[in-house]
Design a protein around this ligand. Structure first.
Ligand code: HEM
Length: 448
């Protein structure tokens, strides 16, 4: 072949070669590690690890996942990755909205859950806890007790639903909704997912009924102290309702799902950790008795000021959240290519940001497996995004203050009224996806 004829052939292949080089380069920059089986990825390994509560060991297996854990500590991580959480029945709740809608809905819920607003509800929370302790705290299993407490707390403060048949129906239905949230999305009769969808629709009907009742009360000038009433009274700049009834219904459901198992998980772990660390119990008692002594009458409820004095108690809560975060990871969709440690995570990937990689990192928390509340003596000095049980950025949990007050008030009454011992030496935990004590954490409890 003449040389003049070879040149056009070579030139014709140049763009193809460049394209191939680019592709290879692109692939090289992806985080290394297996993506698992097509379509289902590493879901099976992760589910197995969750059930045996070893997901913190499993997650770093895929370097791609570990890289995301590292990225979590960078200030910009959560702003760059926007969350996508599809509710079981495909409704548009605000966790799955982005941009303007998310900000509007989040703003509405936050105006009820921000500390300045919650201040006035400490008395209501106190009342709910006292009632709960009087009715339920006998020798028993801690986990179901804590679930009863957090459910009742949400029913009173968020829904304004009285004790009785309607509340009992709601607790059964919500349990089914939660079970389906992380189930395989198989909408066939008798699957968890299908049961969850049906339960969600029954919950919707009850909440709509509650909304109608609250609206009627507002029209007669009666005020309510709950989230639904507060959302019903919010208006935009034109004086029109800020949220539709559908949005109120959907977001009450989200708040219940997000706030029920999480806070009860934290409280259950706290009972276990306090029993295992008698020195911690003594320090808690000292702080809480000091607060109790400051009351004129033993029956006086806790106040916002009392909550502010519970510094050591919250250090204990914080350390429990570090070691045993109720939410181990959250899925996010990467909305634009991000570079982490020299690798590119491409737009469109589903990634997990995980709490455990950061919380158990010895370079941030020396001796990370030791339960040591004093490591949080100077929390303000800690680098940003090193303590992330409530997430961070634009989607930071809006219920964190609600959970903090509820936890502190409950610990106050537990340590000042009781001592307790664990019944079992080994209390195995499964993550479904919230931590569940398989035997329910049985304890022997003694009045003080
Ligand atoms: C110990 C208790 C709790 C923990 C550990 C916790 C943790 C979290 C986490 C990790 C997220 C996801 C953040 C993200 O996507 O970046 C979240 C979101 C959320 N949480 Fe909590 N939570 C707790 C209690 C509560 C409570 C009591 C409520 C309501 C009263 C609540 C309401 C919500 C809501 C509405 C969201 C969605 C926020 C959004 O997408 O903008 N949480 N929570």
């Amino acid at each position: 072949m003449e040389s003049t004829m070879i040149i056009p052939w070579v030139l014709a292949f140049v763009p193809l070669i460049i394209l191939m080089m680019k592709k290879i380069n692109g692939q090289r920059r992806l985080p290394p590690g297996s993506l698992g089986i097509p379509l289902i990825g590493q879901t099976l390994e992760l589910s197995k690890a969750m059930r045996s509560d070893t997901a913190d060991e499993c997650v770093p297996i895929g370097p791609s996942l570990q890289q995301v854990g590292i990225q979590q500590r960078r200030e910009d991580a959560l702003q760059q990755a926007a969350g996508v959480g599809e509710p079981a029945d495909g409704r548009e709740e605000f966790v799955s909205d982005d941009g303007e809608d998310h900000r509007r809905l989040r703003g509405a819920i936050l105006s009820f859950l921000k500390p300045e607003a919650l201040k006035q509800y400490v008395g209501l929370m106190d009342n709910e806890i006292r009632l709960h302790i009087t009715q339920h705290w006998h020798p028993d299993h801690v986990e179901p007790l804590m679930k009863t407490l957090t459910f009742n707390m949400i029913c009173t403060l968020l829904f304004g639903v009285e004790r009785g048949e309607r509340r009992d129906t709601l607790v059964r239905l919500f349990q089914q909704v939660i079970e389906g949230t992380f189930a395989l999305p198989l909408n066939l009769p008798f699957t968890r997912f299908n049961r969850s969808i049906r339960a969600r629709s029954e919950v919707g009907a009850i909440i709509r009924e509650v909304i109608r009742e609250k609206r009627a009360k507002l029209e007669t000038g009666e005020k309510g102290h709950d989230l639904i009433t507060s959302l019903l009274t919010m208006c935009d700049q034109d004086g029109l309702p800020l949220l539709s009834d559908q949005e109120i219904e959907d977001n009450c459901t989200v708040a219940m799902v997000a706030g029920y198992d999480t806070t009860s998980g934290l409280l259950t772990y706290l009972v276990k950790l306090i029993a295992e660390h008698p020195n911690v119990y003594q320090l808690l008692l000292q702080e809480q008795e000091e607060i109790a002594r400051g009351k004129k009458e033993a029956s006086d409820p806790l106040t916002w000021e009392d909550i502010g004095k519970m510094k050591y108690t919250w250090r204990v809560g914080t350390e429990a959240l570090r070691m045993y975060p109720p939410i181990l990871f959250v899925f996010k969709t990467v909305v634009q290519d991000i570079e982490v440690g020299g690798y590119v995570i491409p737009k469109g990937w589903q990634v997990l940001w995980t709490t455990c990689i950061t919380h158990l990192d010895g370079s941030i928390y020396p001796d990370p497996l030791k339960f040591n509340p004093s490591r949080f003596e100077d929390q303000a000095a800690m680098p940003p995004h090193t303590f992330i049980p409530f997430g961070g950025g634009a989607r930071l949990c809006p219920g964190n203050e609600f959970a903090r007050i509820e936890t502190l008030a409950m610990i106050h009454y537990l340590v000042t009224r009781f001592t307790w011992k664990l019944c079992l030496i080994e209390n195995t935990v499964s993550r479904e996806p919230m931590p569940i004590f398989k035997q329910g954490l049985p304890i022997h409890i003694y009045s003080r």
